[in-house]
Design a protein around this ligand. Sequence first.
Ligand code: SF4
Length: 378
Amino acid sequence: MASGDGWIVRVRPHAGRLTRAQAAGIARLAAAHGQGTLELTRRANLQLRGVAQGSHPQLLAGLKALGLVDADAAAEQRRNIVVTPFGEPGDATLALACALASELARALAAPGAPALPAKFGFAVDCGAAPVLRATPAHVRIERDSQGLVVRADRVPLAARATPQDAVAIAMELAHWFARGDAAAPPPRFQPAPLPQRTGPRPQPGPVPGGWLVAAAFGQLQADTFARLAELGALRLTPWRMLLVEGVRSAPALPGLPGLLTDPADPLLRVVACSGAEGCRQAVGATRPLARALAGLVPAHGLLHVSGCSKGCAHAEPTVTLVATPAGYDLVRHGKASSRPDRHALRADELASHLACAWNTTTTTQDAPAHDATDTPPL
Ligand code: SF4
């Protein structure tokens, strides 16, 4: 995809897992063929920014050598699967989640796979408790007290499943979505209450399987990524965080730019797209402003700064600033495309208006993370 600072190349690791060798290799490729910047996306993918068009063939060859490019590009496009990152190595539920993700990938690459829209996604969230409910996905494989369950997102339908038939049932649902709403749902799906789409957002620190570290605005330098790969294999998450496998104490990585290891870091409470620095459609700066305002965001709050009304960085309602040719519009509780409560504010007026916004709204960090790019969120 073209962007304001060169091509963006998205890498879709299988089951969101990177071996240490793969992660180190990606860091080398990002430095050699791009700007040396890696982005974590809200669908647990990685993006290399600033790739020159002439470098693309070499980059692709390097990614293929690392086993990170599917043989079939169309199948790779359909392989839009987020997998729970949590679980100790050897844990049976984690092993099952990874096995189901692999089986799902094979089913999506098989002849007769449904023609799904680019944003259509799956969540394999069958750990001890669901952790991906706030992550966009059309089909979910979860676990409850009775075993596995396959759910349609935003449609009150669910079906019981076993490890042996969960993928086949998930694919029935995908075929149904592909046929369109007018078709009757697969008979095995029964009415079921819609689960809450929010949940506590994980924070940097110890988690089952390792240690979570976050990236400011989802961006890490290649050197930082390589340092993390020295500590362990990496699991990608949809929260702009990486799980470093096997790490049991706070990693001693002082001064690495963009790396957030303190759960109290104010930069965890702001999201912003690349704005004028990296997007041709941006009307104003975003990340410098978000960085300057982060300290004003209360512990429960989330501020979204958007370079235009498209709102690529965050799709859920929260306190939102939108760059316009006349200044910044403020939405007290809404999306970048929502009707603003204040128009054309100057940068020096924003602090007082934001204080009012948090006094009158109840934003939370429970909302999902999203890509910070000028591309459709994936
Ligand atoms: S919201 Fe998207 S399109 Fe608009 S400036 Fe930001 S990245 Fe660009």
